[in-house]
Design a protein around this ligand. Structure first.
Ligand code: G6P
Ligand code: MG
Length: 216
């Protein structure tokens, strides 16, 4: 069937993964514990609520639900402050060219993100109109590694899961893509993303040539 692409947002389209990390780290420090970059890999791709659970587990903190709700709100406020300062220079290398190439070739593509801020970020970057479909944290009930987000994206695009190619920077995202029966491309560390069908060190390696070979 006709091939289609599904892109994760944070850490694939735009360099926001670092802002999620900074905001979570500030929260951890405020609660009195350290939170390292290595530990942060566990939070990538995971929903906001699930991220807090993992973070509190790392810090061995047991908090009441009303406090957790407050912390989720604080984290997001902090994150949004970083987002507000963002501009198109934070679109990751090669992504703009690739999206425009896919558009030109009429290869459909969707967003498949866990973020509830996804639409805001795409609007800010002027990328919203390029996507044939958007599935984000507001549209799903189960978080990656559950394949729901990607299966919904395939459905919206009107393509079969096996014809979809997912681009992801998170281990949970690669697992979700694999569970959906899709081809997975990991962007980042080979050790973290070992379950992916292909691993590229950074988005600049996701060239038009690479994509042409893949879909040929
Ligand atoms: C993405 C990011 C996660 C983030 C999640 C929820 O999957 O990789 O780090 O926690 O989205 O994002 P949100 O913007 O809704 O807090
Ligand atoms: Mg990501």
């Amino acid at each position: 069937g006709k091939k289609a692409f599904i892109f994760d947002l944070d850490g694939v389209i735009v360099d926001t993964a670092k802002y999620h990390y900074l905001a979570w780290r500030e929260l951890a420090n405020q609660l009195g514990f350290e939170f390292t970059k290595e530990q942060n890999e566990q939070l990538k791709g995971v929903s906001r609520v699930r991220s807090l659970e993992i973070l509190l587990g790392i810090g061995n903190k047991h908090l009441d639900d009303d406090i957790k709700i407050k912390l989720l709100h604080e984290k997001n406020e902090q994150y949004l402050k970083y987002i507000a300062k963002m501009d198109h220079t934070e679109i990751l290398p090669g992504i703009d060219d690739l999206l425009n190439y896919l558009k030109f070739e009429k290869i459909p593509f969707s967003l498949g993100s866990a973020s509830k801020n996804a639409r805001l970020i795409l609007e800010t970057l002027n990328l919203m109109g390029l996507f044939d479909s958007i599935v984000d944290g507001n549209d799903v009930s189960t978080a990656k590694p559950d394949p729901e987000v990607f299966l919904k994206a395939a459905e919206k695009l009107g393509v079969q899961p096996q014809d979809c190619i997912v681009v992801e920077d998170a281990q949970a995202g690669i697992q979700a893509a694999n569970l959906a029966g899709m081809t997975s491309i990991g962007i980042g560390d080979k050790k973290v993303l070992s379950e992916a069908d292909f691993v590229l060190k950074e988005t600049s390696e996701l060239t038009i040539g690479f994509v042409q070979n893949l879909i040929a």
